[in-house]
Write a protein that binds this ligand. Structure first.
Ligand code: PRX
Length: 633
């Protein structure tokens, strides 16, 4: 599946455009199917209807596990590094992982799980998280993983939307010096969720938890039961290629997160292919992706993609700055990591600690580097290249999204010449186009516009859970017959792509997607807030920070306390990751006569660029702008 030279890339790319079905059939033949497809592709972007490998039968876990057992059963699948460096790391071979996934799949069955059920997973970054995900896939249950930083309310919203019947969680999770009381947060969420019949709780921190009779069971007890039943295997459920594999919620420009749906066959082919090709993964290489499985990066490039390729993957429980800013480099040295895949925000944060932390380190194992989640600024790119890659590791800047399932525009390591800040060229099978405001395709090079994709690829989303119309209006209705990414992009003279950031009301804070409307809704829940407007502004480490303009006329006492209360409200409603960095109290928001907030003006003020605010004559009350300018933080 790997192209080995730029000419081979060009050939593969041409084939993928001219004969997409033949191209993808060739790739799909590298995977294990219980039955092959009747038809490679059936699609239209109007409804949208996207079906890949129709009629094929498979189970993705046979590709992630069973397929490797005979020859590579003793190969390490997962190296787990705990939060606390003095605690022992764990190693799971493919054989061991297979056994544990089968055991836990039987636990799920014992607890009433069936094919097609939705199961919510809210866990720390421990091997059991990967095991839980794979066990769901093993029995054909649809997992919905919720990142450990989300609040009880966010979990409840997601559980209700997908009508989950089981939750898999842990007593607590460890991140740096913090202990997150996961089970207790789940208990708060479940007050609103009558659909949940069982909660399976893994022991991690041994924080005291409430265990409700008939509903809550311990992971370890349930595994023991399966062991005593003497039932170590769990045959993989036969799935249609287009059966749902998982739901993952992500933010958009409206208030409510969407459940992006990925299906079994196409997603498997796409994540396996892109992992293998972009990173040029070679057997025996140690690969370390610093993401959390709670996000798409972890789904596609810690769990599924690498496992389909029999790769050895490092999974890290903690954070890059604990116990100190050298932690990632300790892990690279400890496990002789060959491929390191991380985010610009982590790079910028570690850069800020100065060169002492990286000096004298042994980075000789590193061969390839990767970046994901947000545009990487040139300074961070060069630091990553020189200080970490020692100038000898290609940087694979992968542009993609929760909705795309896998890498879309990305260099192929050692094959595609790179350029700082550029995601470079589309991978085979990906047909990007730039369009102007009116949806007119912009041809040629040295241009910029809104980034769309004009042809389906196997890893793309199929729908948004429970609301297909929302999928259509969000992604396929802005421009006819195109998938709209929400990103702005430029294509330079060489045809290289550089993503310039979101063009909709979605923020990218430390590589996490946050909808401004979502944060506004949360702020507006505070008892004294009348209305608010949330804007992103450039932030040295996070990429974007959250700036909230809040109308709050009846607050009493210290405004600093009100600020803190608003922060706490957002943390309660969404989660700590969405807390505003700055809150400015204002008496009114700049609105047009029709009542629309002029975000353009607020954006300029948030960015500190108040000299030229453009035309403010259409504002209902221009005076409000002067006041906001004067109070800018
Ligand atoms: O704006 C783009 C940015 O992250 C968005 C997707 O966010 P999410 O679905 O959470 O997935 C993140 C991990 C794939 C995109 O619309 N983004 C992602 N990767 C890059 C990027 N922006 C620039 N360069 C990238 N490499």
């Amino acid at each position: 599946m790997q192209v080995k030279s730029f000419e081979e890339y060009q050939q593969a790319y041409s084939l993928s455009v001219e004969q997409p079905e033949q191209f993808w059939e060739g790739i799909a033949n590298n995977f294990l199917w219980k039955k092959k497809w009747d038809k490679v592709l059936d699609w239209n972007f109007k409804e949208p209807k996207i079906k890949w490998f129709e009629g094929a039968k498979l189970n993705i876990t046979e590709n992630c596990l069973d397929r490797h057992l005979e020859k590579n059963g003793d190969t390490t699948a997962i190296i787990w590094e705990p939060n606390d460096p003095t605690e022992h790391h764990r190693i799971l071979t493919y054989k061991q992982l297979h056994t544990k996934v089968c055991q836990f799949a039987n636990v799920l069955k014992n607890n009433g799980a069936k094919k097609g059920d939705r199961i919510c997973i809210y866990m720390p970054m421990v091997p059991e998280l990967a095991i839980a995900v794979l066990a769901c896939a093993r029995i054909g249950a649809i997992h919905s993983v919720v990142f450990g930083g989300f609040s009880a309310q966010s979990i409840a919203d997601r559980i209700k939307d997908a009508e989950c019947n089981i939750v898999i969680t842990a007593d607590g999770g460890l991140r740096g010096t913090k202990e997150v009381p996961l089970k207790s947060i789940i208990d708060d969420a479940l007050v609103q969720c009558p659909s949940i019949k069982k909660v399976i709780v893994l022991t991690r921190t041994r924080t005291p938890v409430s265990m409700i009779k008939g509903r809550d069971v311990w992971w370890e007890d349930e595994v023991k039961k399966v062991e005593t039943q003497g039932n170590p295997d769990c045959p993989a459920e036969e799935m249609d290629a287009e059966d749902m594999l998982f739901i993952l919620y992500t933010s958009g420009s409206t208030g409510k997160p969407k459940g992006v749906v990925h299906t079994c066959g196409g997603y498997m082919v796409y994540t396996g292919y892109t992992f293998s090709n972009a990173f040029q993964y070679q057997p025996g290489e140690v690969y370390f992706c610093t993401a959390d499985i709670g996000w798409i990066t972890g789904h596609s490039y810690i769990a599924y993609g690498p496992l389909t390729q029999g790769a050895t993957s490092v999974m890290f429980e903690g954070i890059p700055t604990f116990p100190n800013a050298g932690r990632l480099w300790d892990i690279v040295e400890k496990f002789k990591v060959n491929i390191l895949y991380t985010a610009p925000t982590a790079i910028r944060s570690l850069m800020s600690f100065g060169d002492d932390v990286v000096k004298g380190r042994d980075f000789s194992s590193l061969k390839k580097l990767g970046s994901v989640g947000e545009p990487i600024n040139e300074e961070a790119w060069h630091w990553f290249d020189e200080k970490i890659g020692q100038g000898k590791c290609p940087i694979v800047d992968t542009w993609w999204q929760t909705e795309t399932g896998g890498f879309m525009i990305s260099p192929i390591a050692g094959v595609t010449p790179t350029k700082p800040g550029y995601a470079t060229l589309p991978l085979p099978g990906v047909q990007p186009v730039l369009v102007d405001e009116n949806g007119k395709v912009i041809e040629g090079n040295g241009v910029s516009g809104n980034l769309c994709i004009k042809f389906p690829w196997p890893g793309m989303l199929r729908t948004t859970y429970g609301d297909h119309e929302r999928c259509r209006t969000t992604y396929f209705a802005t421009y006819e017959n195109l998938y709209f990414t929400g990103d702005g992009c430029l294509r330079d003279e060489d045809g290289y792509y550089r993503i310039t950031g979101r063009v909709d009301d979605v923020l990218n804070v430390s590589g996490h997607r946050i909808g401004t409307a979502e944060v506004e809704n949360a702020i507006n829940m505070h008892s004294t807030v009348v209305e608010s407007a949330v804007i992103g502004y450039p932030h040295d480490i996070k990429g974007q920070g959250v700036y909230a303009f809040v109308v709050c006329p009846n607050q009493h006492g210290d405004p600093e306390l009100t600020r803190k209360d608003i922060m706490m409200t957002v943390a309660r409603i969404i989660g700590a990751i969405a807390k505003p960095d700055k809150i400015q109290f204002v008496t009114g928001l700049p609105k047009t006569r029709s009542g629309k907030i002029m975000r353009r003006i607020l954006r300029k003020i948030a960015e500190g660029d108040i000299s030229n605010l453009g035309d403010t004559s259409t504002l209902l009350d221009p005076a409000v702008v002067e006041e906001i300018k004067a109070g800018a933080l």
